[in-house]
Design a protein around this ligand. Structure first.
Ligand SMILES: Nc1nc(-c2ccc(Cl)c(S(N)(=O)=O)c2)cs1
Ligand SMILES: [Zn+2]
Length: 264
């Protein structure tokens, strides 16, 4: 069987040419500090260093490039926004945001909170700003990447997401790009800032191959609300390949192992 690309379980077909589902993902994907995990909130430990985040450039309205990369919808953030504080050891620069979802509205998140899963999960992926000292150049540190994870639940219509929802039909095919017609800011997409003080923190991995164990995860308690139809647009407008709807692009839960999850 030809070496084939990674994919999610619902893409694996019985044919002899198929893609590699989560159990067959290579690289670091079979190691023991992986993501996502279930967060058993009663077992989390308070960490007083987990102060509120400071966001800069998150308020700048942009008409972003949006792409269907065959695994998710990815918004390219143009390196202009950064985060600091939030218990992080450095400033981190926002690179991209993407989402994971299902058409089953309590199955579409990657992380779960006390076993509860949400309709979607949005990830804002940041890279650590390089200091000048030699050891700052270490590429494989456990906190090379900082992902801010937001649960999405079905509820009130969210006008701020409409510029993204509106362009999904332009990128239904994999490896297509488009540009948003209206500009929005990252802050527009998030819950109100005062709701962002409560979050969970643990060290894990990318939830997609190579599954590098270089991610400091932040999972916010306050969900984003989208209308059911806005959520379903992701499954109905986007395709993995010419005929399979892009949905359930979620990695199965990974063992927490000895890791401690902290809370702010
Ligand atoms: N080509 C693709 N890359 C990703 C990706 C990249 C970096 C990261 Cl950090 C993640 S995740 N889900 O761990 O936040 C996903 C998805 S699809
Ligand atoms: Zn993700």
């Amino acid at each position: 069987r030809a070496a084939s690309h990674w994919c999610y379980q619902n893409q694996v077909k019985p044919s002899n040419w198929t893609c590699l589902g989560p159990d067959l993902w290579g690289d670091s994907c079979q190691m023991d500090q992986q993501s996502p995990i279930n967060i058993a909130t009663a077992k989390t430990e308070v960490d007083l260093n987990l102060r509120p985040f400071s966001f800069s450039g998150y308020d700048k309205k942009q008409k972003w490039t949006v792409q269907n990369n065959g695994h998710t919808v990815m918004v390219l953030l143009g390196d202009e926004a950064t985060i600091a504080e939030g218990g992080l050891a450095a400033r981190y620069r926002a690179k991209q945001l993407h989402l994971h979802w299902s058409e089953v509205l309590d199955w579409g998140s990657e992380h779960s909170l006390d076993g509860d899963r949400f309709a979607m999960e949005m990830h804002i992926v940041h890279e650590k700003e390089k200091g000048t000292s030699r050891n700052a150049k270490a590429q494989d540190s456990k906190d090379e990447i900082a992902v801010l994870a937001f649960m999405v639940e079905a509820g009130a219509r969210n006008e701020n997401f409409q510029p993204l929802v509106d362009v999904l039909s332009n990128i239904s095919r994999p490896n297509t790009n488009t540009t948003m017609r209206n500009s929005i800011s990252l802050l527009d997409l998030l819950p109100k800032q005062e709701k962002l003080r409560r979050y969970f923190r643990y060290l894990g991995s990318l939830t997609t191959p190579g599954c590098d164990e270089t991610v400091v995860w932040t999972v916010f308690q306050e969900p984003i609300q989208l209308h059911k139809d806005q959520i379903l647009a992701f499954s109905n407008k986007l395709y993995y390949d010419n005929n399979q709807k892009m949905t359930d692009n979620i990695r199965p839960l990974q063992p927490r192992g000895q890791r401690v999850v902290y809370r702010s």
